[in-house]
Write a protein that binds this ligand. Structure first.
Ligand code: 5GP
Ligand code: MN
Length: 360
């Protein structure tokens, strides 16, 4: 039987739209019910997928295939080269490049998993097509303020990463023994990148236990670190130099921000992913607890923004309130339609309003 949204509602009515922190037996039952027969599964991460988006999606994909389902990962658009070593990368469909093939598979899907995001708009141009699908959706995600589109929501904002949640998912289904080296390597990479190498506040002792188990299951930790962090090009390092040179430090607000114009990107032969991690440098300064980076994207006509904070200041709220964005308390993103200069000016102007929060 192919489950459509309505039949899923009938068969799992008592489980509808449940938000659960750790999967309890009832929720596990609903997932088990959904996966009790071979399904055609599409897994979708957010636009501009990062290590956690790709790692969790591929980890889950490998697992679901082992369980006898047809599963495919469809990304809204391309992702950085430093993630393309992950097992299963070659089978990923790119919606931007292969729209009609992707749509055919999406329309034939009997279950859709959405990973590492909580609002269909985070899939960009894919959102429209996703909204029209009748297959039940399962959300696995750790972002704040989830939207109500999934039949089953495994949403937990305390989690380090969606990849750690996929581990929990596999464990809850009693399948830890099924974790292969491919699954382990993908999930390890996702946890590694979303925790800033196990450093961010979201990293718990449980995260470390999960990671230890993934190593026991075949995750090659040193290799993964090298593949993700030690593949710099000279152009990227010089772009980092340019970014650091552009950094504006505002001690009175404990804030530092970086701007990068399209011309600066072009003159450093910019490749997707090259600016990953740049925003964090602001936070390495003593007494700086709020950092931002503003990156011009002439193609899209926007400034793409990343925010990071240390401590209580919520960049999720800040991004939501002023830059059409969101994310987590200490790591969020957003966008602006103003010019690069105007965006930076607007940002600086906002800081005065937050002075008491920023100087706590
Ligand atoms: P990054 O700055 O690394 O792109 O993203 C930091 C966090 O904020 C990630 O969890 C990401 O999913 C989220 N994020 C980034 N950009 C946006 C955005 O435009 N809208 C929302 N809602 N979240 C975003
Ligand atoms: Mn994530």
């Amino acid at each position: 039987m192919v489950l459509d949204k309505n039949s899923a509602i009938m068969t799992t009515s008592m489980l509808l739209n449940c938000i659960f922190e750790r999967m309890n037996s009832q929720e596990v039952q609903s997932i088990q019910q959904l996966l009790s027969k071979p399904q055609k599964i599409v897994i979708v991460p957010h636009k501009n997928p990062d290590g956690d988006a790709i790692g969790s999606s591929l980890g889950l994909c490998h697992y679901l295939r082992l369980k006898g389902h047809e599963a495919v990962v469809i990304v809204p658009n391309d992702f950085p080269k430093f993630l393309k070593w992950m097992p299963g990368t070659d089978g990923i469909l790119n919606y931007e490049w292969e729209q009609s093939g992707s749509l055919t598979i999406m329309e034939a899907a009997s279950v859709v998993f959405t990973l590492d995001f909580n609002d269909l708009s985070r899939t960009g141009q894919m959102a429209n097509a996703l909204q029209k699908l009748t297959a039940p959706m399962v959300m696995i995600d750790h972002h704040q303020a989830p939207q109500d589109y999934a039949v089953i929501m495994y949403s937990d904002i305390s989690m380090s990463s969606t990849s750690e949640m996929v581990y929990n998912f596999i464990e809850a289904l009693g399948d830890r023994e099924l974790i292969t080296p491919d699954i382990a390597n993908c999930l390890y990479a996702g946890i590694l990148t979303d925790t800033g190498s196990f450093k961010f506040a979201s990293t718990t002792s449980r995260t470390h236990r999960v990671v230890a188990e993934l190593m026991d299951k075949g995750a090659k930790n040193t290799e993964i670190h090298n593949k993700i962090f030690d593949t710099n090009t000279p152009q990227r390092l010089r772009l980092l130099g340019c970014a650091l040179n552009n950094m504006v430090i505002l001690p009175e607000y404990h804030t530092a921000y970086i701007t990068l114009s399209q011309d600066e990107l072009d003159s450093h032969d910019f490749r997707k992913g090259d600016t990953e991690g740049f925003v964090n440098y602001g936070l390495t300064l003593e007494n700086i607890f709020f950092a931002a980076i503003f990156i011009e994207n002439r193609d899209e006509g926007i400034i793409k923004i990343s925010f990071r904070s240390e401590g209580d200041f919520s960049v999720n709220t800040f991004a939501r309130d002023h830059f059409q964005g969101g994310g987590h308390k200490n790591a969020a993103g957003g966008r602006s339609e103003r010019s690069l200069e105007e965006t930076a000016l607007y940002f600086k102007g906002l800081l005065e309003t937050y002075k008491s929060d920023l100087t706590k």
